[in-house]
Design a protein around this ligand. Structure first.
Ligand code: PLP
Length: 402
């Protein structure tokens, strides 16, 4: 089709959404589906946060906000970054956007020139590669191993860097693996970054609060000499169960944040005034979201423990225990090459995911979407009851394949 731009034509549509949509269509036609595909908390937005949004509407706080975000919210974000992450930022180093996804895209567009390399450890979140492509940059994928808990090997990183390397995208806790980078590993990575003056780090910390002790979160920007080299992205969608409010933010060096702000001014302007008031209330819940978020994290942890135990008992299945987020990235590749009766050959993550959906009504995301075809991603942002059913169905699905 010559009527579409090459930029759009070369873009992949989000695969997580493709499966979710397929599952939604099945549900609509009356088929009950166990949905483990969406990356969205099953909890409602905590009441106190929702009330702040409702009050904003009642109070007529419904006009355009400052492009960078209301001062009250940016000041609250600065306090959060100081107290929880040891990072000193002024409000003019914060840019509030319509979700962390927008924050990430603007950061990539602001720093990458055509031909620059964006280094992305795999498995990666689906949008990183496409956002790099939108900036006419080249994604450079660095595979990691399940036996290394899907963590980047600094030696491999170093071997992939060139004078074109512009951005390293790190995501901890990670979607899709749930891996958390230990501080010592980040320090090793920082030493490498320090040797490459043109290289910056885009640190996606959106799952920061969804972390299971003893794992702890380290902000990359807090490491020695990394403050000026790091763009930190965070948001409200995951920890505060606010996906529909569309609220995220970027913190970084002033001139880069200003560049992102200029972009945003031509794309969307300031985020929803209503959501921003809700964001202020969310940050008012206390350190790491206080008891409210701790309760949700406790539920995620129980579900993780249940799933890890269940899948460890299954033959031929490999997992790395997630330390954060609400995903399990499971290696089912031992089953590839099997013939399923009434379905056909299962030879990759897409056919396995389709088999699960088609024959057992379980919706998962093929690892291929995240750059690792040996795995399947399961989201456990759903009740234990649903997860029990899911595990049974998957066990049944695998049985005839051996
Ligand atoms: N980064 C990661 C790793 C995510 O998983 C997501 C959401 O799926 C986002 C960013 C985007 O979040 P938001 O809803 O704030 O745009």
């Amino acid at each position: 089709d010559t009527s579409l731009s090459p930029r759009v034509k070369s873009l992949k549509s989000s695969k997580t959404m493709v499966i979710s949509d397929l599952a939604a269509t099945l549900v609509q036609s009356g088929v009950p589906v166990v949905r483990l595909a969406a990356g969205e908390p099953d909890f409602d937005t905590p009441k106190i946060i929702a009330e702040a949004g409702i009050n904003a509407i009642r109070d007529g706080f419904t006009r355009y906000s400052l492009n960078a975000g209301i001062t009250e919210l940016r000041e609250a974000i600065c306090r959060k970054l100081k107290e929880e992450n040891g990072l000193s930022y002024a409000p003019d180093q914060i840019l509030v956007s319509n979700g962390a996804k927008q924050s990430l895209l603007q950061a990539v567009l602001a720093v990458c020139s055509p031909g620059d390399e964006v280094i992305i450890p795999a498995p990666y979140w689906v949008s990183y590669t496409e956002q790099a492509r939108l900036a006419d940059a080249t994604p450079v994928i660095i595979p990691t191993k399940i036996s290394d808990n899907f963590l980047l090997d600094p030696k491999v990183l170093e071997s992939k860097l060139t004078e074109k390397s512009r951005l390293l995208i790190l995501c901890s806790p990670s979607n899709p693996t749930g891996s958390v980078y230990p501080k010592s590993l980040l320090e090793e990575i920082a030493l490498i970054i320090a040797k490459h003056p043109r290289l910056m780090v885009l640190s996606d910390e959106i799952y920061e609060h969804i972390i299971y002790a003893p794992a702890t979160h380290t902000s990359f920007a807090s490491l020695p000499d990394m403050y000026d080299r790091t763009l930190t992205v965070n948001g409200f969608s995951k920890a505060f169960a606010m996906t529909g409010w569309r609220l995220g933010y970027l913190a970084g060096p002033k001139h880069i944040v200003a560049a992102c702000s200029k972009l945003q001014g031509q794309v969307s302007s300031g985020a929803s005034s209503i959501s921003q008031k809700a964001g202020v209330a969310a940050l008012g819940l206390g350190k790491a979201g206080g008891e409210t978020v701790a309760e949700m994290v406790k539920a995620y942890r129980e579900r993780r423990d249940f799933l890890v135990k269940s899948f460890r008992e299954m033959e031929g299945v490999k997992i790395s225990e997630p330390q954060g987020a609400f995903y399990l990235f499971i290696d089912f590749s031992a089953y590839y090459g099997s013939e399923a009766e009434g379905f056909g050959l299962i030879n990759d993550s897409s056919s396995l995911a389709l088999y699960f959906l088609d024959k057992f009504q379980v919706a998962v995301v093929p690892g291929d979407a995240f750059g690792d075809d040996s795995c399947i991603r399961i989201s456990y942002a759903t009740s234990l009851d649903v997860l029990r059913v899911a595990v049974e169905k998957i066990r049944k699905a695998l049985e005839p394949l051996r």
